[in-house]
Design a protein around this ligand. Sequence first.
Ligand SMILES: [Zn+2]
Length: 459
Amino acid sequence: MEKLDSKEVKKRVQAYKDEMLTRLDKLVAINSVMGEAKENAPFGEKPLEALNVALDMLKEDGFETANVDNYAGYAQMGQGDEVIGVIGHLDVVPAKKSDGWDTDPFTMVEKDGTLYGRGVSDDKGAVVASMIAMKVIKDMGIPVNKRVRLIMGTNEENGSKCLEHYVEKEGHVDYGFTPDGDFPAIYGEKGILQGGYVSKKTNIIDIEGGTVANAVPGKVTVKVSAGSYSSEKLDKFFKENKIPYTVENNGDVDTIEVTGVAAHASTPTLGVNAISYLLVGLKNADFSDAFVDFYCTHFGLETNGAMMGADLKDEYGDLTLNCGVISMKDGVIEGTVDIRFPVTLSTKEVLDHMKDHMEDENGKVSFDTQVEPLFFAPDSALVSSLYEAYVDVTGDKENKPMVIGGGTYAKEINNTIAFGCAFPGYDYRIHNTNEWVKIDELLLQAEIYVHGIIKLLSI
Ligand SMILES: [Zn+2]
């Protein structure tokens, strides 16, 4: 394949700047948060509206378009049996001005070259940048010896049922990327085991802590009988570990509140688990309890799964374990466990390591969500081609393709990795207030996607 004229690509992408902004403005204005399923609108009316608007844009561009049963859609060019996929999504997570936005989240606003609005980064911005990339490839008359498909889903934020349905109907792609992660590229996504533990007996009166399973809990409150533990030893333990806590006595009952530091479940060492410190603290303070024993022999303060028999690692990363939420009902304590395991292992291998630690007379652990990891070697054609495209356009050789603990769309469709849309070192406030992206970054994305698609065509 002849060498791609990078200057020409840049010039043509820049020329579409206004068109890109018009399109993104239209898509941001659609509040495409998942809604109630209706007939012919599996995720509600708004995600479907966003899909139809995007498909109309691409049809007008002259691409062949298809709506896959209102779950997903695609636009394509080129011929051949093989498919190169660019897979983005048009649904968004909820946003309200009262959450602390400076502007209306569903009105795209520009300030000094930066765009604000829900979805400008995740992932409507990336989809629009991909549209521009498709247009530039088409305009330049670059020979396309495979089919190049821009696939757009509408349910990424709530389980990716859209892509599951797409794959059922249209099959996997031969090579592809999802611009719904990070640059330079994500070649590995750890496997995931999610579930929980349940107590068999306990003297705890009540316990409540954490907010979501995929976060390190920043707070926990427990009620225990006054005098059932050594206040002195508890104080010593918390002080030694620099853990803020309070105790409130109310007759026979002490209410202890422990403060930790929240963090994402995939990076538990960045946080301080309030639940773990509380329970290990109680154990140290001679609080005699079957459940506390169970917790302290299965999880304790460790975040690497060692007490579960699963202190596993490979050259790409370590297993992480997080106990996120705890609660009590009818005398039974329940809590969540979230494990992210190394990319070269399987769910079966990890579960095998833990099999002797799943249950004893004091409690039980189980995992109802089991997701295999995603892994392409850094020197595989897929990863190296996309990384080269990134380096060619940005000149950045410092940041390298990476492994993450989270999961992206790439896990749902074969032969695909996450590539873009976030540039290294920035927090675009995705899923947060005041989500942003720079116009220049969207243009740069489009340029990188042109180069990426062309490289995938010649694998
Ligand atoms: Zn996304």
